[in-house]
Write a protein that binds this ligand. Structure first.
Ligand SMILES: Cc1cc2nc3c(=O)[nH]c(=O)nc-3n(C[C@H](O)[C@H](O)[C@H](O)COP(=O)(O)O)c2cc1C
Length: 179
């Protein structure tokens, strides 16, 4: 299944990026994942009819994917601005997330592992402009992420890995029932 993974952090050493890479590698027999880091110009209605080339490319990749994974930290109890901006672009013109199957993973160094931002993310994805189909339940919350990598910088949290195994299978089953 062709999937794009949108990472909500632009940071080079982002834990969420590392987890996206972990997911890409661990489930490579089931999902072919292309990782996107949306460092896009700020959405502006004045330019939406003639958007920047990065926006066109980003939306095209989502359009062609069979599903989308969002892997994002929480910023100030909500969605990081860069990710929200990318979603705003997707909500206009060619609405590439409409009816697109999506699942969500989030890691933070706080104790609630992006719970608040994931609730906001689900609300935004459910808006009429986006109208994405988000895998119900299956909340992958990864708290205290800075403690979950070994000295080789490998993600080693068995509890999350076991749960991810289930969530990926749940996503695939649910996605298959849709088509
Ligand atoms: C602007 C900003 C706001 C943050 N707000 C939160 C927050 O609300 N909740 C939380 O658990 N962590 C918060 N953090 C800490 C992040 O969880 C931590 O920096 C994490 O490593 C970011 O993800 P990344 O490693 O993928 O870049 C915040 C970090 C930044 C830079």
């Amino acid at each position: 299944m062709e999937i794009v993974a949108i990472v909500g952090s632009l940071r080079k050493e982002s834990y969420n990026l590392k987890i996206a890479k972990f997911i890409k590698d661990r489930y490579k027999d089931k999902l072919n994942i292309e990782i996107l880091i949306p460092d896009l110009p700020i959405f502006n209605e004045d330019i939406e009819k003639d958007p920047p080339v990065e926006v066109i490319d980003f939306k095209e990749k989502i359009k062609n994917a069979e599903g989308v994974l969002i892997v994002s930290p929480e910023y100030n109890h909500s969605i990081p601005g860069g990710l929200k901006n990318a979603l705003d672009w997707c909500s206009r013109g060619d609405r590439v997330l409409a009816k697109k199957p999506v699942f969500i993973v989030g890691a933070s160094n706080g104790n609630v592992g992006t719970a608040r931002s994931q609730m906001d993310l689900r609300t935004v994805l459910n808006s009429p402009g986006l109208n994405a189909f988000v895998l119900p339940s299956n909340l992958v919350l990864i708290p205290n992420v800075q403690t979950l990598f070994n000295e080789k910088d490998e993600f080693v949290d068995e509890r999350t890995i076991k749960y991810l195994d289930k969530v990926v299978d749940n996503f695939i089953d649910w996605r298959m029932k849709m088509s």
